[in-house]
Design a protein around this ligand. Structure first.
Ligand SMILES: Cc1ncc(COP(=O)(O)O)c(C=O)c1O
Length: 290
């Protein structure tokens, strides 16, 4: 109802990860090609490998997914394209116009999965409304969302996909019988009704990003402006050393070498106290770096 789609156009999963897994199980065979960005969410890679599919990776363009390159990479064996928007770990988004041009180039044998795990945090006029393609009845589009991020329920494991019933039917055939447990269903419904929590979560994230941007500027660290709840920060060749020293101090940030961004750390927005603690630790460790 909230999304303006019919119940048959939604399936619920054990987190967005569960949806990604079932999408790969349903649509990939040995040798199927999956197009992803070289710097994107690694779970796409994991389940493509599990299905003995082949990854075709395109480079970023100015820290954004390059939809033109992704469309260019489509071949006879392409089955699936994951468009992570906002993209993890860069926090960047592709625009409605870019997505429109991209969708016009997608042949019928290819399914496009828009992963909108960070959807509720987005504050950008040109962000695409991908559900519009599904409402229009496009047969080869899916949008994935989750209650793990803005709703704060990562441990509860509730994600969902919106697509035509024909696209979702194969996902339901590979579903474990009880993919989303009863407690998760109850928590998920309560969370969806709690607009006040969602608004607070989104506002806190926005304020936290503003604070972190100001502090990164003061420290002379370059960063990529993010539409998610994390920021990609350029540290330099010592990024992994800095990450390990932060970890030893109890501050957890993500190194990005496996995202093909070895000089960067992905830093999550926390509470204000956590953000201050992160900045204090980062200041010392970056200074120690020379
Ligand atoms: C882009 C993206 N998709 C999906 C997920 C998985 O979310 P969930 O906790 O719902 O499985 C994440 C979590 O890190 C993510 O960053």
């Amino acid at each position: 109802e909230r999304l303006g789609v019919a119940p048959e156009q939604v399936t619920v999963g054990n987190g967005a990860d569960g949806i990604i897994m079932r999408t790969c199980m349903a649509y990939l065979d040995e040798g199927s090609e999956v197009i992803v960005s070289r710097s994107s969410f690694p779970v796409y890679d994991q389940f493509t490998h599990a299905m003995r599919g082949t990854l075709v990776k395109t480079p970023l363009k100015n820290y954004c997914l390059d939809l033109e390159a992704m469309a260019q990479a489509i071949g006879d064996k392409t089955r699936l394209i994951f468009v992570c928007n906002p993209n993890n770990p860069t926090g960047t988004v592709v625009t409605a116009a870019q997505v429109d041009a991209f969708m016009a180039r997608i042949p019928d044998h290819v399914l496009v999965a828009f992963d909108e795990a960070y959807y509720e945090f987005v504050d950008f006029d040109e962000y695409p409304d991908t559900l519009q393609y599904i409402r229009e009845g496009r047969p080869n589009v899916m949008t994935i969302r989750t209650l793990s991020k803005s709703y704060g329920l990562a441990g509860v494991r509730v994600g969902y996909a919106i697509a035509s019933p024909e696209i979702l039917a194969p996902l339901d055939r590979v579903k474990e019988p009880f993919a989303v447990n009863l407690l998760a269903q109850v928590a998920g419904i309560a969370a969806l009704e709690d607009d006040e929590f969602l608004n607070r979560s989104v506002a806190a994230n926005r304020a936290g990003k503003r604070f972190l941007y100001g502090e990164f500027d003061r420290l002379g660290l370059r960063y990529v402006e993010s539409q998610g709840n994390f920021v990609l920060v350029e540290i330099g060749p010592q990024a992994v050393d800095v990450q390990k020293r932060l970890l030893a101090r109890g501050v957890i940030v993500r190194p990005c070498a496996h995202y093909d961004l070895p000089d960067f750390l992905r830093i999550s927005v926390g509470s204000q106290a956590q953000n201050v603690r992160l900045i204090e630790a980062l200041k010392e460790e970056v200074a120690a770096n020379g």
